[in-house]
Design a protein around this ligand. Structure first.
Ligand code: FES
Length: 203
């Protein structure tokens, strides 16, 4: 697939925000090494950046590769590793490859699913965990293998997996509580509050 003459940034940005999905997708596409840019590489780059492929990303890839949106959808939907809805905040992957299967992945899945309240891979209702089965995490000698927010963990057991899932949840809760307790920036403090503190200083 040849590259278009016009740069991707010449696409129409209907939302205008540089950090919008469309803008982030465009950046991810344009940051690829020029020699390897294809529809597939662009889809992978966007999914790495956003965690999924929104419609805006399909549009941007189509624009960059001078292809139709239908052609891009056709390629994206062919590969099961692409997803079209946002993932939850944390990604947990269990290797489902042959080596890990022999080493106990099935037993781990049977324990993890009820712990997460799931029937199969997917998103937990609390919005925290996305569980995915991976065809091979590439560390077969260390199976059964998992990854937690892209960090590989080998020689796993069900107990270790549940422990690490609970660590992720606890860390997430602590970060959320901390951000909720942070004082608001000065320009977000209600005017009456600022006036009162100024008066207090002048007393
Ligand atoms: S089969 Fe699990 S890491 Fe390769």
């Amino acid at each position: 697939m040849s590259k278009p003459d016009t740069p991707a940034s010449s696409g129409i940005d209907t939302d205008g925000a540089s950090n919008s999905l469309r803008g982030r997708a465009r950046d991810a596409i344009s940051k690829q090494p020029a020699t390897t840019v294809t529809i597939l590489s662009s889809l992978l780059a966007v999914q790495d950046e956003l965690g999924y492929l929104p419609a805006e990303a399909i549009d941007e890839v189509a624009h960059r590769m001078t292809a139709s949106a239908n052609a891009v959808w056709g390629i994206a939907s062919f590969y099961p590793n692409f997803r079209f809805t946002p993932p939850n905040r944390h990604k947990v992957e269990l290797c489902w490859g042959p080596t890990c299967h022999i080493l106990g992945a099935q037993h781990m899945l049977q324990g993890l699913l009820p712990h997460l309240g799931l029937n199969n891979e997917g998103e937990t209702e609390d919005g925290l965990i996305s569980l995915k089965l991976n065809t091979c995490l590439g560390v077969c000698a260390h199976g059964p293998a998992m990854s937690f927010d892209e960090e590989l963990a080998g020689h796993m057991s069900l107990d270790k997996a549940i422990h690490l899932v609970e660590c992720i949840k606890a860390t997430d809760a602590a970060i959320t509580a901390e951000s909720e307790n942070e004082p608001a920036p000065a320009d977000q403090v209600p005017l009456a509050g600022r006036q009162r503190s100024a008066e207090a200083k002048n007393d």
